[in-house]
Design a protein around this ligand. Sequence first.
Ligand code: SF4
Length: 680
Amino acid sequence: MSEILAKAQCPYCGVGCGLEIFKDRKGRTKIRGDKKHPATSGDLCLKPVPYPKVMDIGRVPSPLYRENKKEQFREISWEEAFDIISEKLTHNKPDENYFYISGQLTTEDSYVINKFVKGFIRTNNIDANSRLCMASAVMGYKLSFGSDGVPGSYEDIDDSDAFVFAGSNAAWTHPVLFKRVLKRKKEYPETRIIVIDPVKTATADKADIWIDIKPGTDTVLFNSVLYLLNKKGWLDYGFIKEHTENFEDAIDEAERYPPDIAAQICGIKESHIYKLAEIYAFSKKLISFWTMGLNQSSNGTMKNISLINLHLATGRINEKGCPFSLTGQPNAMGGREVGYLVNGLPGYRDVRNKEDRDFMERFWKIHEGSIKEKPGVTAVEAVERMIDGDIKLFWIVCTNPAVTMPNLNKFWKALRNTFVIVQDAYLTDSVDYANLVLPATQWGEKEGVMTGSDRTITYNGIFRDPPPQCKHDWEIFCEVAKRLGWEEHFSYKSSKEIFDEYKKTTKGRLCDISDFSYEDLPKRWGERWLYRDKKFPTPSGKAKFNRAVFKEPEDRVKYPYSFILTTGRTKKQWHTMTRTGKSLELLRDEAEPYILINEKDAFELGIVDNDYINVRSKRGQIYIKTKVGSIRRGVLFAPFGYGKIYHFPTNILVSDAVDPISKEPELKFSSVYMKARKKR
Ligand code: SF4
């Protein structure tokens, strides 16, 4: 018999698989799926399996400090570290501080940090790496339904007969979810899978139709589908009349894109637009899944809205379908629930709303007016302010922006110009730019909850003692708060105390978990269908069509920058590889980054597999190994997660243009120039 040490949610992608951590007969710590988990029933993919073997590699050995970044770090005590931070925070004006946190933190961590920053430091300059990932989806949902949150659940997969994957390589990035889709197709062969992606991904390999769209043009495609649905009368008029508003506005914009024009802009077959319209019109039940291909764009919010418009036009909510945005991180949903972005407050509240501010000020027992009304500066916008010296302290928690931010040369310059704190379990690339490094505990060494993509909250148990030098993320902030005189507000003794405080803020809200306890998790908040009676949390109670306006990407494809670079993940690595990159099993075949080039493009340029080429954009250059394969002509793909030890991070090349509404950067469209490094 194996001894179960703990149950938890997987610390990687947002599918949120339930895991069991156990000791095998030889006393080794192992991981398997938790068959009793309501969302994933024991399924898991390769990524978390080697986790126990790599946990101790590359840990931060102690608090580390250097005043000058050209010097070596020296080990210091926690006391000294807290004194340094307290001195900086006391000296700086509130908005001169910036906090960049993560969808990998527990909900309790995010709640405490958000309370510390917005309620007590009195700045809204706190953003999370969800800004690079989910911000456009959040805006899409809010503008369409009045609230963030996926309207359906994983059970909806089991009776759907059509799946549209837009800008999502779920076969690699959300494998357990994709496996469930394939199971449905096997059981019900009439099921259709459509993949919209310029790369012939592993997901596209399984599709009935692969639409190899030109990057950046999805808004045009979805507008054109709406155009056809309207022209053919393939609409759910009852749903539109009863449950939506502003239909005419959306149609007015869609009218600009008849299929012949849209096919030209998107670089696809006109017949594919007709096919897509038929599938939205006539499937029994249809789910649209999407991730970064839509979100990471300077037109990202509009891409989200144009896709959701199709669901509203065909009544594809609840029993007939779901617009299902997939999250990239394990607790991006939980972070959004506690309001960890620049405008958020706990329980899906917003700093711009006076009632919400008043509630939180009373709840946190702070003076009226403590919480600022104006949202903070978003993460990509903060870079300029760091360069200008307006932001003087940049505190990174549990994420590695020195690899993931766009336009890295510029971001590295900003980091060099700022006092940087890195709070992490591992010595990441971001540590290279730090003045102060704080060793934190990680998954398996601390308790707390996380919310997966379908709103299921899972309790993460502890299965091993943390290294003695580490503190929990929430604990570090509580210690600093005490030194700043806020002890009575941050006197938590355990994660459970924080959870019990946070959950009270959700009472009566859409994400109400006020009657949840650690003991009854895992459990989903909200019903299986979030808007069960098709009543939406908007002023009118109706969902809203929005005008989805297409805008060309910021970078222009113009000689010499004649190729479009898009980025993403590999099959077995996760984010910046701080854990998966230390596993030999997971590194097999993925030990080095690569750039994927279309066969004909490669032939014309005299490039073959495993060449090393120089790729340049207006922002910098990298050298990278080539892979010749199936991708749209004129488009290149490279994974973003490989840091400096693997040569050059891809995001050196990448555009830092942002979506005007969500402020999410355009990580999926950068115009680049490439040439072979050596003549063969
Ligand atoms: Fe973890 Fe995602 Fe794999 Fe599930 S599918 S085991 S959540 S990485």
